[in-house]
Write a new protein. Sequence first.
Length: 498
Amino acid sequence: MALVLADRVQEYSTTTGTGTLTLSGAYAGFQTFAAGIGNGNTCYYTITSDTNQWEVGIGTVGVGTLARTTLISSSTGSLVSFVGTLTVFVTYPAEKAVYSDGTTIVAPAGALLPVTSGGTGAATAADARTALGLGTIATQAANSVAITGGAIDGTTVGSTTAAAGKFTAVTNSGLTTGRVVYTTTGGLEAASANLTFNGTTLTATNDISVSSMTVGLGGGALAQNAAFGGVTLPFNTTGNFNIAVGYQSMFYNKIGSSNVGLGFSTLFLNTTANQNLAMGVSALSVLTTGVATLGAITAGSGYTNGTYTAVAMTPVSGATFVTYPTVTVVVSGGAVTSVTLVTAGQGASSLAATSLTVAAALIGGTGSGFSIVVGSFVGGANNTGIGYQAGSTLATGSNNTLIGYQSAASSTTVSNEITLGNGSITAFRIPGLTITAGAKWMNFGSSTVALLAAAATAGLGARAFVTDASAPAFGSTVVGGGAVASPVYSDGTNWQVG
């Protein structure tokens, strides 16, 4: 909205009262306010009536209207309640005029002429010096001038590099106690705003780089986080109590808390989930947060009828994604009638209320107004992955434990599962307990009757295998001292044959 002046703008009106005028058309030889000033702009106006009422002010032009926005003067001293036929025209009020009285340019009280128009942009001499960049030297006495910057005879004031026959300062001033001093690109000493040293402890107020490795708190600078490595935890916002070690560890984390990533690309796509532990290159690297369900549809209109499969969604409001969900969209009668989730997407930035859409170009090329809310999100929490690429295919499952080289979950969404090793493992053994297992078998080792634990200690249902049973009979209490190998079980009181 701009204040506009224009010549020969005059209309008439029959509006009564103190409110907005309805303009009824231009006088012959004049133009309308809409043509001269433009709708939405403001102007100086005068209103006169055939009953000798008048008013001068600032008005806002609307479609066929003039709002009396600011009163400057009037026949009553306030907004006039007009009656009769009114003449409304653009004016240049005396109260706003800039003019010459023959020796001086007179301007309205408080008006300033900007520097770009040849003025000072200020009402006082001190403000004018600041606006014009004159500095304090303009007001100093000739015999007491203090030079605090610039150059003398080609040498910068404050320079510590001596030049024969030229002005040289041998020390810098303005350094702050305790701050580490460094040399600028111009060869001057300066005090670091980030590093301080008290003679014993070196302290950095921001993350620092050591041999291209970042050491600090990561994104968000939350005191309870620790980040070590290149681009480690860089986009964190409010996630807390995280430890990220290794290049791109916890790269996309936003609000996830109490996570530990040790190794390259660990927990790379996790954004919101909590209490995950990943150790080893790419361990739990695709664990993420995506869309679980979709909610209410705003159908839109003007779309091309058809079924559109696996089209990518785009944001309207709420969470953003590293990779957006894909959906199958059905359009009928020009409106979206059905949306089916195909892929959940990756890396939702938050769990806030979220609305998504699909570009019209992907669903026929026409139409607008379609959107759909996210009903719920799904993310993987409370997982443990230890080993090279351990759990590197797990996307949204929770409460899983995966241990060993390339140990993989049974599915990308499984929960509450323990996986030891990868698909190449064919035997399982615990040497201290003489337990060995393979495909469809398990060997717990053998014992003698005398070496069996008390049946009550082993507990009801415990099983063992002895090599010295004497005349064993099924269901009878086993007796040692013989040479018969036999399975036995505990009934809670005795070891029985069977």
